[in-house]
Design a protein around this ligand. Structure first.
Ligand code: MGD
Ligand code: MGD
Ligand code: SF4
Ligand code: MO
Length: 748
């Protein structure tokens, strides 16, 4: 028996772990008590890694879809031969615009994947590259472009005195606080006297631990933020010196937020006006702090761009950035050491780029191509129709909005390729699913990074940390697995293409960077190992990867010479903008609309809220995670349940303006009355609705792509969705049993 260091890659937190290895298998995972950042922290999901990796449903061989709908086992090399041939056929018949990528959340499980897949796409001329990002918080990148970039880090996780969380649940998602031990974060906040403010219609895990919880009506976050900005401006609470030297647009902003008085917003959001005033004053009074919005308000307003613009405006008005002379605690470890300057990069173009889509005037944006139009681009004939899709570790059939449309679109493709560890709703429909290695079977790195320009304080470390883990175990006996990057390398070899390591992104963030002059070419004759690629990818990093490898448990790598923020350059004219005219127009529209969801609202009594559970989007559906409840309940306030004659565990029918689906209700008195809270990533197609207690409910079936959406990112209304709830009789248990015999349940 040996025990080795590694880090958990189940969620983004990356906890340092000790893995017990017996007979070449991981048999036990525990926290590493000595790690300086995690300090003995893990969650139960990381400790369940051995069970997750030994899941009998795990795909140990690649499979191909046959005409009769069954799947045949196929060797990975054979699969790549067949894919290359079919891909060539699609390109010859329909052109490279008929080929597309979809990048999912688990892309991070294989570090060279994104770069090599995008290099491959570059070589064959693929322009349609979608990702889950435009269903997440795409306003973060678009608004940042319209606002401009401070060229030194925000104060963020560096000893905040105030934190304003808007519709984010850090104790479930690990977002909105520094990576590491959340326990330690809360303890340090308590010691420092940090005021934690949460705005969420649900009294979440993090709301319970906050200094004050504002529990508004959902979907009113733009109005709430506008009211905070208004108060700070009117009462003169902003950082005058910072704003005068670095910020434009104050007058326009002042005029646009003026109508969002505490009285008006108090009525709209159903919050005491006093709470709004207290929040604005407390936020502005602190010298250091941050505000960050999560998925809730981005999804619940369908106005994520103006929402995130106001988030940035709040931090900017309060001057929450590092200034000349301050020390940067996170200059990056496995990235090159940048120069930080106390000056603003002015706004940049944020949307309107090629390619243009054929629907709703959408274009490429700083957050990527609106994925809410991906299905229509597959289903609608004509130039630009997508015929082949490569899925980079995502599950669009379960996670992209309007499930029925997405499934129809995926089934219409001539070529669908996935690399999933499970036969998911998407992989089940793929012409080829290449079975990949899992974490612990592959090497990986993790490190702090300088400001990502995604949002000021969404994710990141609070100190200069890095960790490298080698592969600790071999895949199970008899398995035929690849690492996901090997698919794109293998296809490039077959098509005679040269790949390079240009840092690829499925969206752009940060000020425009010059194109990489001489990108590292990948050796296409002698196949590199993943370790070779990690070495190449970290070339020129501030801390050499070889140095990081000398600390198997992960370590802090503070620079010998501190990174001090340099003063503004002589004659520098760049300024941030808080008064962008489109954003001001959008504020006026929000004021006039009252409720973005209202055009769907006639005759609907409840609002469906997004939330996350211990599963990870559509992944981690496993008994070790769900603890006996494999479905996603529709959580309701007990008073609402009583009014409908419902008890815990009853079956209901949920209907929206788009569709209808069964669900199981469970009471939760932490929810605002009139709201129903349900996670996504569960459920199946309507023919399996009777299995709702095993597979759960598809929240995405209830959503429409083309009704209420953000004008730039296309993100549709995904929370605060008008719905009705009606009690159902029990489902026919015999039908459920018959269905179970034919198929393993629990795989959305
Ligand atoms: N209604 C509604 N819809 C939503 C959301 C919502 O809140 N509500 N949230 C949106 C958001 S924020 C996001 S990011 C998207 C996510 O959308 P996606 O990224 O499309 O969905 P995931 O379920 O994260 O997909 C990850 C896939 O990777 C697979 N996987 C897991 N581990 C590994 C591994 O080690 N290797 C490989 N190769 N595969 C692995 C999983 O089986 C899963 O199929 O969903 C969006 N959709
Ligand atoms: N355990 C777990 N962790 C995850 C994931 C997961 O699936 N499971 N997914 C990962 C991904 S892809 C992402 S993008 C992040 C997301 O991370 P978060 O954004 O923190 O996601 P949630 O935990 O769903 O928190 C969203 C909160 O918004 C609230 N909310 C809903 N509607 C509204 C509204 O209109 N206004 C306001 N103010 N609040 C509202 C909900 O009640 C909920 O508490 O999490 C990541 N981490
Ligand atoms: S929080 Fe849990 S799932 Fe996330 S990295 Fe840590 S142990 Fe893994
Ligand atoms: Mo996400």
């Amino acid at each position: 028996m040996i025990e080795q260091h590694s880090f958990c890659r189940v969620c983004v937190n990356g906890c340092s772990i000790l893995v017990r290895i017996e007979d070449g298998r991981a048999t036990k995972v525990r926290a590493d008590p000595t790690n300086p950042v995690y300090r003995g922290y893990t969650c139960f999901r990381g400790r369940a890694l051995p069970e997750l990796m030994a899941d009998p449903r795990r795909q140990l061989h690649s499979t191909a879809l046959q005409p009769d709908g069954t799947r045949r086992r196929v060797g990975a090399d054979q699969a790549m031969d067949e894919i290359a041939e079919r891909l060539q056929g699609v390109i010859e018949t329909h052109g490279p615009d008929s080929v597309a990528l979809y990048t999912g959340m688990a892309v991070s499980k294989c570090q060279p994947l994104l770069t090599l897949a995008h290099s491959f796409a570059d070589r064959i001329g693929v322009t349609r590259r979608w990702s889950a990002n435009t269903l997440d918080q795409p306003g973060k990148q678009i608004a940042h472009g319209l606002h401009g970039y401070w060229l030194a880090p925000p104060q963020a996780f560096d000893e905040p005195e105030v934190v304003l969380w808007v519709g984010i649940n850090p104790l479930m998602s690990y977002m909105g606080l520094p990576m590491g031990s959340p326990r330690r974060f809360f303890k340090e906040c308590e010691k420092r006297g940090t005021t934690l403010i949460m705005v969420d219609p649900r009294r979440t895990e993090a709301a319970r631990r906050s200094t004050r919880h504002l529990q508004p009506r959902p979907g009113q976050d733009v109005a709430i933020l506008a009211c905070l900005v208004r108060t700070i401006l009117i009462e003169g609470l902003y950082d005058r010196e910072f704003v005068e030297s670095n910020v434009d647009g104050l007058d326009a902003l002042n005029a646009a937020v003026a109508p969002f008085t505490p009285e008006v917003v108090s009525l709209r959001a159903d919050l005491p006006a006093e709470d709004l005033l207290w929040t604005a004053r407390t936020f502005a009074a602190a010298k250091r702090g941050y505000v960050v919005a999560g998925t809730g308000p981005n999804m619940g307003t369908a106005r994520g761009t103006v929402l995130e613009y106001l988030v940035l405006a709040l931090d900017t008005l309060c001057g929450h950035y590092l200034r000349a002379g301050e020390v940067v605690r996170t200059p990056g470890t496995l990235t090159p050491g940048p120069v930080f300057r106390a000056q603003a990069h002015p706004p940049v173009a944020a949307f309107g780029f090629e390619p243009q889509l054929r629907f709703r005037g959408f274009t490429d944006t700083l957050a990527g191509l609106p994925v809410s139009a991906m299905a229509e681009e597959m289903l609608t004939p004509g130039p630009g129709q997508v015929r082949a899709l490569f899925v980079l570790n995502g599950n669009p059939a379960a996670t992209v909005t309007d499930q029925l449309q997405v499934v129809e679109a995926l089934e219409s493709l001539e070529l669908l390729v996935t690399t999933d560890i499970h036969l998911t709703a998407t992989a089940r429909r793929a012409h080829y699913n290449l079975a990949p290695r899992m974490q612990l079977e592959v090497p990986s790195t993790k490190g702090d990074f300088p400001p990502s320009y995604y949002a000021n304080s969404y994710l990141g470390y609070s100190d200069a940390y890095a960790h490298y883990t080698p592969a600790l175990v071999e895949p199970p006996d008899g398995a035929d697995l690849i690492e996901e990057w090997e698919l794109y390398y293998g296809l490039a070899q077959r098509l005679g293409l040269q790949l390079d390591l240009t840092p690829a992104r499925f969206f752009v963030s940060g000020p425009p960077a010059p194109p990489v002059a001489n990108p590292t070419q990948v050796d296409m004759t002698t196949k590199p190992s993943t370790d070779d690629l990690l070495d190449l990818m970290s070339r020129g990093s501030r801390v050499p990867l070889s140095e990081v490898k000398r600390h198997p448990g992960g370590a802090l790598f503070p620079p010998e010479e501190p990174f001090v923020v340099q003063p503004k350059q002589e004659g520098w004219a760049g300024r941030l903008d808080v008064g962008n005219s489109l954003m001001m127009r959008d504020l006026a529209e929000v004021l006039a609309d009252g409720d973005t969801a209202q055009q769907l609202a006639g005759g609907y009594d409840f609002r469906l809220l997004c939330r996350r559970m211990h599963q990870l989007n559509s992944a981690l559906h496993h008994p070790a995670i769900d603890k006996g409840r494999p479905y996603n309940p529709a959580f309701m306030n007990p008073a609402d349940m009583a009014a409908l004659g419902l008890s815990d565990g009853d079956l209901v029918e949920i209907s929206s303006s788009r569709a209808t689906t069964p669900a199981v209700v469970v009471g939760d008195d932490e929810l605002r009355e009139g709201t129903v809270s349900m996670s996504h990533g569960f459920g199946d197609t309507p023919d399996r609705d009777h299995l709702v207690r095993e597979v759960g409910t598809s929240a995405n079936r209830l959503l429409s792509n083309d009704r209420v959406y953000d004008p730039y990112s296309g993100q549709p209304l995904m929370s605060n969705v008008p719905i009705n709830v009606r009690k159902l009789g029990p489902v026919d248990p015999r039908a459920a049993a018959r269905e179970r015999d034919g198929r393993t349940a629990g795989e959305p």
